[in-house]
Each structure stands twice: as structure tokens, then as C-alpha cells.
Design a protein around this ligand. Structure first.
Ligand SMILES: Nc1ncnc2c1ncn2[C@@H]1O[C@H](COP(=O)(O)OP(=O)(O)OP(=O)(O)O)[C@@H](O)[C@H]1O
Length: 241
């Protein structure tokens, strides 16, 4: 389980963009983050991924106090939390499978990367992830020939291939049509249900959060103002954001 207590983020010489965020994330939970533009959604994900330095707060992952463990704490987050930026970039002239294998590359010795030789375990792991996002039939298709939704699903597989337990996804369906959005979110939901992966995703547009998330949290001006079960939001709740 992940426990965040009183997370705050102050931009050096600038504004305070997150204030007193406390949040638990359970295994297999799909949490959607909603909030107006500039409310701190991306910053929250980046702080959870330790891509931004925290100004204050406590971060406990599986009973490990991350900031008390120094480098070992950071390595744990790197291993266990996959971060997917908005509009992830794939290598266009490489296959879907090769793009997923790149996600495993940091665990691969340099000589293997240089010679292009792939360990069979890495290959099998990447194939497995491609299957989990429903793209087995597209594994050998070049990335530039994939649809927007398929590219996004390759990016999810790439983010998770090294065994992360949590996926932090910044607007994973931005720019996708409704059909592709539905496929991507169904994949994410399946990963939660069947693999026990936790997903924390910014889904601030439309009713995707209400349809797919187990839980919806809302930010307003860097503060957590809403934390409800995934369901249709009331007008009063929407007004809080
Ligand atoms: N490096 C920075 N320097 C100064 N301000 C920053 C920096 N990064 C983020 N901010 C500010 O922090 C606030 C939160 O930004 P963030 O990107 O998290 O918002 P958001 O909710 O994801 O918005 P959007 O929906 O538009 O993507 C914004 O006011 C933004 O201008």
C-alpha cells in the first residue's frame, strides 16, 4: 500500500502548487484525478514518481519510509512506480514489441544494447505485456502504423514491462477519440482487476473517471478537495473543482 501524508510542493522562488495532500493508494485500485487546469494534477503525479522534489510530507510504500532510505528509497520508487507522461513518444520505425522492449532496456547490460541481442526473458516479458494490453496481433507492426489508441497501449506496456506495481498516467486518453479512449481505459481497468496493478490517472475531461475509476480525487488550487468512490459526481461535487 502507498501512503502519502501532507505532501507539499513549493516551486523555488515561485508559488506553492501542492498543499497538505494526504492519500492512500490500495493495490489494484484505479484512481482518477480531476481538477481544473493549473490545479496541480500533473505536479501530483510527478511528485509521486519522484520526478519533482517534495517540499514536505511523508511517503510510505509497503511500510518503507521512502525519504528515510535515501538512494534505496528512490530506487524502490523507480522500480515500483511507472510514470507515463502526457503524449508519450514511441520510436516510429520500430515495432510495437521493440518499443516495449525499450522499457526493459535500463535493466539490460550495455553490450546487449549495443549488439541488439535480447535476453529471452526480456523478450517473453515484453510479449506478455503486449498481450496484456490486447495488442498481440500488432506486436510486429511498426509504431508509426499504429492508431493513436494502440500507440497509447504500447506506451502503457512499455511503462509496466519492468514489473512496476503502480502506473502514474498523465492524461492517458488526451487526444483520443471516444472508441480509442474506451479501449485504453478498459486495458487499464483490466490491469487493475487481473494483475493487481494500481493506476493513478489524470482524467479531467468527460465522464471517463465516473465510468472507469474505483475512486475519484479532485484538486483545487493544489489542495485535495474531493475523495469519493467512482460514481456519477453530483453537481455540488463538480462545483468543488
Ligand atoms: N516549474 C514550474 N515553475 C513555476 N510554476 C509551475 C512549474 N510547474 C508547474 N507550475 C505551476 O503549478 C501549477 C500546477 O501545474 P500542473 O501542471 O500540475 O497543473 P495541471 O492541473 O496538471 O494543469 P493542466 O490540466 O493544464 O495540465 C500551475 O499553476 C503551474 O503554472
Amino acid at each position: 500500500m502507498i501512503r502519502v501524508s501532507e505532501l507539499s510542493k513549493q516551486i523555488p522562488g515561485g508559488p506553492r502548487v501542492l498543499t497538505g495532500i494526504s492519500l492512500d493508494i490500495q493495490p489494484g485500485e484505479f484512481i482518477a484525478i480531476k481538477g481544473a487546469s493549473g490545479s496541480g494534477k500533473s505536479m501530483l503525479l510527478r511528485c509521486l514518481a519522484l520526478r519533482e522534489k517534495w517540499s514536505g510530507g511523508q511517503y510510505i510504500v509497503d511500510d518503507v519510509d521512502i525519504f528515510k532510505r535515501g538512494l534505496a528509497g528512490k530506487m524502490k520508487i523507480r522500480r515500483e512506480m511507472a510514470y507515463m507522461e502526457e503524449k508519450p513518444v514511441l520510436i516510429p520505425n520500430r515495432t510495437a514489441l521493440k518499443n516495449v522492449l525499450i522499457g526493459a532496456a535500463y535493466q539490460t547490460p550495455v553490450w546487449r544494447r549495443v549488439t541488439g541481442m535480447v535476453r529471452s526473458d526480456d523478450y517473453m516479458g515484453a510479449m506478455d505485456m503486449v498481450e496484456k494490453v490486447g495488442l498481440l496481433d500488432k506486436a510486429h507492426q511498426k509504431a508509426d502504423k499504429l492508431s493513436g489508441g494502440e500507440k497509447q497501449r504500447v506506451a502503457i506496456a512499455r511503462a509496466l514491462v519492468h514489473g512496476a506495481k503502480t502506473l502514474l498516467a498523465d492524461e492517458p486518453v488526451s487526444g483520443l477519440d471516444p472508441h480509442a479512449s474506451e479501449q485504453v481505459l478498459s486495458d487499464l481497468k483490466r490491469l487493475c482487476t487481473l494483475q493487481g496493478i494500481s493506476v493513478v490517472a489524470v482524467l479531467h475531461q468527460g465522464d471517463w473517471a465516473e465510468r472507469f475509476a474505483d475512486r475519484i480525487i479532485g484538486l483545487n488550487n493544489g489542495r485535495l478537495v474531493l475523495d469519493i468512490k467512482g460514481r456519477r459526481m453530483t453537481e455540488r461535487e463538480k462545483m468543488l473543482l
